[in-house]
Write a protein that binds this ligand. Structure first.
Ligand code: NDP
Ligand code: OXD
Length: 307
């Protein structure tokens, strides 16, 4: 029985070492060095080249090396009968809530403005930016926890999801109209959605036009949620005041991309919530045991739902 790690752009040394310790009975193999493809029952994948997973004829389950599964759902070569799972654990959830809170507060308390002024040795006291209403797109594992953290900081929180939610102190919105209504009341819009055909391009000119003038955008979902040209236009017109982006359609962000030099755009290199190899090893080991025992994964992803 083997577990294959297919993470071509990651250093898997630590993950493989911890997995071998957790699963002494399993052959933990790092792609492309798979000695017996027939023995692979489960794989962990991230940015896998298309076709690699279909080369394991006895593959039963594949886990994303993170919370997002778009890389698996959108892989046409993944056999239909392979079960998809994802890695979600408390530290991953807390990191995202911390990232969003940090960005909202940094913008509200003008920390980036003051950093600029310091470069010019200018002393220019200013009060916090007005407006404390945050509209979250996505109220799942990450969005739900982020809502709680923002509430605890005294911010007003609104949330948009596919199905209605009953979270304490969080007004729930659904549907296209719900999204427009939420945007109209938001000083910050934060995308924590999964990438699906329905959410691709959701951060677009219609949403920006509906948003409260001077709204600030945070995208920690996926780059393809954002129509980049529409963001640049909304910043140019002043409809949006700024944006902090963690995920991009092309990663790494190309050197000549206008976001790098735009004064109102902050760029973070897809670090809002990084999967910790040690926590991931414990999670994957448990899922591997479940596969062998014929039990459901800890965070199974229904294919038809797409997230
Ligand atoms: P979940 O699946 O737990 O939650 C997804 C949320 O999005 C749910 O509230 C869901 O609604 C909502 N949603 C899905 N489709 C729609 C739709 N069509 N309309 C409205 N709402 C919709 O995901 P997580 O919270 O765990 O993760 C969210 C995403 O964050 C990941 O898919 C990944 O892309 C991204 N991510 C980014 C990281 C980073 O470092 N930048 C790190 C980790 C994840 P409902 O509740 O009704 O199902
Ligand atoms: C994830 C990510 O989905 O890191 O976990 O983006």
């Amino acid at each position: 029985m083997a577990l294959a790690l297919v993470l071509p752009d990651r250093d898997t040394t630590e993950l493989a070492r911890d997995l071998r310790r957790e699963l002494p009975e399993a052959a933990v193999e790092e792609w492309p060095h798979i000695s017996d493809p027939d023995a692979v029952r489960m794989a962990v994948a991230w940015h896998q080249p298309e076709g690699v997973l279909s080369a394991f004829p006895n593959l039963e389950a594949v886990s994303s090396f993170g919370a997002g599964v778009d890389g698996l759902i959108f892989d046409p070569s993944l056999p239909r009968d392979v079960v998809i799972g994802r890695i979600v654990y408390p530290g991953l959830i807390d990191e995202m809530a911390e990232y969003v809170a940090a960005v909202v507060l940094a913008r509200r308390r003008r920390l980036w403005e003051f950093a600029e002024l310091k470069r010019e040795r200018r002393w220019r006291p200013r009060p916090p930016v007005e407006g404390v209403t945050v509209g979250l797109l996505g109220l799942g594992e990450l969005g739900g926890a982020t809502a709680r953290t923002l509430r605890a900081l005294g911010l007003e929180v609104l949330g948009w999801s596919r199905t209605p939610k009953d979270l304490e102190g969080v007004e729930s919105f659904t549907g296209d109209e719900g999204l427009t209504d939420m945007a109209a009341r938001s000083d910050y819009l934060v995308c924590l959605l999964p990438l699906t055909p329905r959410t691709e391009g959701v951060l677009n000119r219609d949403l920006f036009a509906a948003a409260r003038p001077g709204c600030y955008l945070i995208n920690a979902g996926r780059g393809r949620h954002l129509v980049e040209r529409d963001l640049l236009e909304a910043l140019e017109s002043g409809q949006l005041a700024g944006a902090c982006l963690d995920a991009f359609a092309a990663e790494p962000l190309p050197e000549d991309h206008p976001f790098w030099t735009h004064p109102a755009v902050q760029v973070t290199p897809h670090v809002a919530s990084l999967t910790d190899p040690r926590a991931a090893a414990a999670h994957v080991a448990e899922d591997y045991r479940r596969v062998l025992a014929g039990k459901p994964l800890q965070h199974p992803v229904p294919r038809e739902r797409g997230y």
